[in-house]
Design a binder for this molecule. Structure first.
Ligand code: ZN
Length: 175
């Protein structure tokens, strides 16, 4: 197991466009294994190569435990619908933003054997694919969250207040 250093917002490498992978070799296999280790260690659900300082079009995703994907040279070929929800990123520690993404995407990629395959995804997996592919073109979710970007502590407080308000409203209804 080898962990790599995760680059954080402000690091210019996160703003660069990544190069396609032309062939699989031992170095790239090791990178992919390290990306999974690094993602698991940080309890992330996805990681893109530029986040560990490598400008290659490689993404790893594991939204459901045990259901992992390696996406090499991925491309979204179709998308529809809309979902709005919370998003975070290992490169933006301590923050959560509200981001609107397509509800459903179709993504073509290559696996670790450089065999092409297609993922049809919805919900969290679709969100994760969009988020990670943005990294390959130098984009972070904070651009999409705009002013709906919160410190995690601030967000916890907001949620607690909303819950308290809801409880209050329930009581009022009973009376
Ligand atoms: Zn990210």
């Amino acid at each position: 197991m080898a962990l790599r250093n995760v680059r954080e917002i402000g690091d210019p490498i996160l703003e660069k466009i990544c190069r396609p992978v032309k062939e699989m070799n031992d170095r790239t296999r090791e990178l992919i294994a390290d990306m999974f280790d690094t993602m698991h260690e940080s309890n992330g659900v996805g990681l893109a190569a530029p986040q560990v300082g490598i400008l290659k079009r490689i993404v790893v995703i594991e939204v459901e435990e045990g259901e992992s994907y390696v996406l090499i040279n991925p491309e979204i070929t179709a998308q529809d619908g809309e979902q709005t929800g919370y998003e975070g990123c290992l490169s933006v520690p301590g923050k959560t933003g509200v981001v609107t993404r397509p509800e459903h995407v179709v993504c073509n990629a290559m696996n670790e054997e450089m065999e092409p395959y297609t993922i049809e995804a919805e919900g969290l997996l679709a969100r994760c694919i969009c988020h990670e592919l943005d990294h390959l073109d130098g984009h972070l979710y904070v651009e999409l969250a705009g002013d709906q970007l919160y410190d995690n502590e601030e967000l916890e407080q907001m949620e607690a207040e909303a819950e308290a308000e809801e409880a209050g409203a329930d009581e009022a209804e009973e009376n």
